[in-house]
Design a protein around this ligand. Sequence first.
Ligand code: HMG
Ligand code: MG
Length: 300
Amino acid sequence: DLPPRVTIYEVGPRDGLQNESSSVPTPVKAEFVRRLVAAGLETVETTSFVSPRWVPQLADAAELLADLDEVGRGPLRPVLVPNERGLDRALEAGVGAVAIFGSATETFAQKNLGRSRAESVQMFAPVVRRAQEAGLWVRAYVSMCFGDPWEGPVPVDQVADACAELMDLGCDQLSVGDTIGTGTTGHVEALLAALDRRGVGVDRIGVHFHDTYGQALANTLTALRAGVTVVDASTGGLGGCPYAKSATGNLATEDLVWMLDGAGVESGVDLDALVETSAWMAQQLGKASPSRVVKALSGG
Ligand code: HMG
Ligand code: MG
């Protein structure tokens, strides 16, 4: 019914910190990544090589990776890369994995990438090709796979087409993003079925849920039952997207680990170490974690 083991794809340092209004010092970011790795998270997305004008919070990507040294390298430490400029910077920093990030809707492609969906695919194509030539692992995110704050609900076939288009470039994994958290369980099933019809099977899919409407865990469980084994989560529930109106926190890694532990699904993560990390991060940011599990276990 449930897979024996799930890979948690941790996005806190990138998806979480890209959205913080206060800028977090580079050594604090490096310490965050080190703590996450020490807590047993295998895959940790560290930062983005995007335009510093667009996301000033992650303008220190190169310094962060230099600070992290070997901990920040390799195929299990992806970074976001939108264009060839970003890829050049990432290669120079010695990364082993990159993620491109497209949109299921036209409006969000314009807001997040400053170009249409078709133009963004053109931007990504040489990035994927060159990344593969360099031996990197490549992930494709697609945002607004359930609802879009400007366009409303997004038809599953439109989403499946947008996803397949990026996977057809040769990406290794797809992350299906419910950027604004409006998705529900039936919608998850319908989208996974549409993706399967377009040739993208659950073995290549990760799910990326936001907890805006409290549906993230239910949606995750539905995806796991359908055969998905990669789940994106953000420690402490940090995050959102600066270019998506109403996007609040990602599924909190602690909430996910609590559920998986209870169900006997292996993730390799030490929940206590993670909660401690969130408490520490909350102190750095000067605000409490929205995660229920963090609140319950850290007594605050
Ligand atoms: P552009 O077309 O180059 O636009 O950017 P521009 O003309 O506004 O460029 C801005 C400046 O950035 C220029 O510098 C470029 O050279 C420079 P200037 O000449 O003005 O001094 N530049 C760069 N600098 C460093 N690294 C680069 C780079 N590229 C350009 N890679 C671009 C287009 C795509 C770069 C821009 O729109 C951008 O950076 N967008 C990224 C926005 C972003 O990071 N959003 C958040 C991530 S997506 C997300 O969170 C969703 C996700 O979590 C899943 C989900 O929840 O759904 C993945
Ligand atoms: Mg997200």
